[in-house]
Design a protein around this ligand. Sequence first.
Ligand SMILES: *Cc1c(COP(=O)(O)O)cnc(C)c1O
Length: 386
Amino acid sequence: MTLSDILTHLGETREAYFSAVAPPIIQSSNFAFSDLASWRAAFADELSHHVYTRGNNPTTAILRQKLAALEGTEDCLVFASGAGAIAAAVLSNVQAGDHVVCQQHPYSWTSALLRKFLPRFGIGCTFVDGTQVANIAAAFRPNTRVLYLESPNTMTFECQDLAACADLARSRGVITIADNSYCSPIYQNPAAFGIDIVVHSGTKYLNGHSDVVVGVLCASRAMVRRIFESELMTLGGILGPHDAALVLRGLRTLPLRIACSDASARFLIEKLEHHPKVERIWYPFHTSFPQRELAMRQMRGCGGLFSVQFRTPSMERMEAFVHRLRRFLLAVSWGGYESLVVPMVGFYGIPGRDEPHLPWSFCRFYVGLEDPQWLWEDLEQAMEVL
Ligand SMILES: *Cc1c(COP(=O)(O)O)cnc(C)c1O
């Protein structure tokens, strides 16, 4: 099945809804039965029947089929947020007394789940520098049940060798989970390397319009059924049909959007790399990136995220630079139309929060779909104050 088959046709049984070209929004909490035989058949397998929208909904089901096909897995579940999908993936594979190994700098709320939440239930976690598979192997204990990866991660884009990690984990009976939000299924498919569960913050590239928070979990049919019957149905953090329809709309243009962001990010990096105020650039395919060879082996592109460490003598000048940016919006997240900046300096001096592990001269940029020359003019004028 090609990308176009998936995005235009898969799951869209148009004859069932007046041949509508766009997927329907079935805004119904429950579904009626004509007789008890069909009622009984549905309750024997709620994952495959329409009973109640917490379990299954026709609009959401179209989205699930497309996402599973994009990641090359048998099935998929969608959640109310990426954090919800990540929590379901981890919780479904651990019990009291178990242990998780995680790469050293995952997304902040993934870190909170593993560092603060799971210990309440007697589950421990070891964080390791995942750039070397040997570090991961050394962190495994007899009670390790889950290896959690995020490749690339979202600030410095550290990568893990997905095939080597999957082989190692399988030989120890450990389930692998990989957060693929950075690449989206367009540029990387962790399941093809043997990863068991692929999770996404669909809030980023998949929806792509900065207007829905959504989580995705792709895995085998058996794993999806198990998570459906435990975490999804009991914790109930589902995506509503209206939001599912918005994500379906976003998916139609995913390949075009991410290719545009990728090209514009490269355009800006070429301008930035020789600028006197630029100390270092992080971008997995950049010649200076320490894991470039691995990144090029397992990814087909990078998309619109890159980071810069600026050369500037003071935090005040760094703050002035951030305030001079007019076209890049000062906002977290990525994957929408709008270009964004996340400046590390903004995480310094927040009461009750640990200082970041990255310097205040570090910024992560997301390049959206605007004219890249227009974005360059913004960066260039703002860098004058550094
Ligand atoms: C945003 C993000 C998440 C969390 O997803 P939400 O949709 O915000 O809950 C998880 N992982 C990564 C890499 C993210 O960037």
